[in-house]
Design a protein around this ligand. Structure first.
Ligand SMILES: Nc1ncnc2c1ncn2[C@@H]1O[C@H](COP(=O)(O)OP(=O)(O)OP(=O)(O)O)[C@@H](O)[C@H]1O
Ligand SMILES: [Mg+2]
Length: 258
């Protein structure tokens, strides 16, 4: 199983939208996928219309209040582990250094027992303990960036955080790449894209060639509680997500054959 974490401390850059779209598109390629909501905001739960399908949360698993398989929700195309409002108290809930490995333990259990091909993890816009726990469990990290300068700052911070965890032998995460979301044909957008390319050259984080265009269909698909590709296959952003999925899978293959 490969664990892919989507992260950026900047809010609203497309982490949740991307993680659910990738879960759907990976499943369409025949992979067994679990999507994990590691964000107390619970945006994925809304988007996927989880409602009363949830009996236990990821937090319940981490606190051994249930078996992990009891918390897994089986959706049409992939499985899902739901978040918990109480994750906002993570600093208090996980005071000990060893607690930081609890998410990693959950991921290892999923790998050993349920043999998923991919776990895709949506995270909160912060650099809290949850962010560190996610980086400790990650094989690969994807960083969506929108056309706000704050989201570029997030790229450098994630690199710093991973480097520090690696130095302490607490993470083996590889930054798979950065990509632009909600792009428009504006000078601002072009400027940020150029800056992202420069930053990638400077710090060794590779930028994906494919970007995701801004489109109203993204919001509409959420209203209908289905993925963008199911809602409007011919939409620009739907096509962009398919191309980006191929690029991501190719890059993972390249890392594996090294
Ligand atoms: N390609 C796109 N075109 C149009 N709107 C988009 C696109 N991608 C994302 N959005 C919209 O931008 C908003 C933020 O997206 P999303 O929730 O995925 O970001 P996020 O990084 O998960 O936010 P947070 O940091 O709060 O968790 C949402 O309203 C979403 O519908
Ligand atoms: Mg989100």
């Amino acid at each position: 199983m490969k664990t892919i974490v989507l992260t950026n401390q900047k809010g609203g850059v497309g982490k949740t939208t991307s993680s659910s779209e990738f879960a759907y598109l990976f499943s369409q390629k025949g992979y067994k996928v679990i999507l994990i909501s590691f964000d107390q905001q619970g945006d994925l739960e809304l988007q996927l219309n989880i409602g009363d399908k949830k009996s236990f949360s990821l937090l319940d698993c981490m606190q051994a209040k249930c078996r992990i398989d009891e918390a897994i929700i089986h959706l049409e195309h992939f499985d899902f582990l739901a978040s918990d409002d109480d994750l906002s108290q993570a600093d208090k809930l996980f005071p000990d250094t060893v607690d930081a490995f609890l998410f990693n333990d959950t991921i290892e259990w999923l790998e050993e027992n349920l043999k998923y091909d991919f776990a895709i993890v949506d995270t909160a816009p912060s650099r809290s303990i949850l962010h560190r726990m996610a980086l400790m469990a990650a094989d690969y990290v994807l960083i969506p960036v929108d056309s706000s300068p704050g989201s570029l700052k997030g790229v450098s911070k994630i690199k710093e955080d991973i480097d520090l965890l690696k130095k302490r032998r607490m993470s083996e995460a590889i930054i798979l790449g950065t990509y632009m979301t909600s792009t428009r044909k504006t000078n601002l957008n072009k400027g940020i894209e150029n800056q992202l390319e420069q930053l990638s050259i400077a710090n060794g984080t590779i930028k994906f060639e494919n970007s995701i265009r801004q489109t109203v269909s993204v919001g509409e698909s959420k209203q209908f509680k289905i993925s963008l590709n199911e809602y409007d296959f011919h939409n620009n952003a739907a096509l962009d997500y398919r191309k980006l999925t191929n690029e991501i899978l190719k890059r993972i293959d390249e890392f594996h054959s090294k």
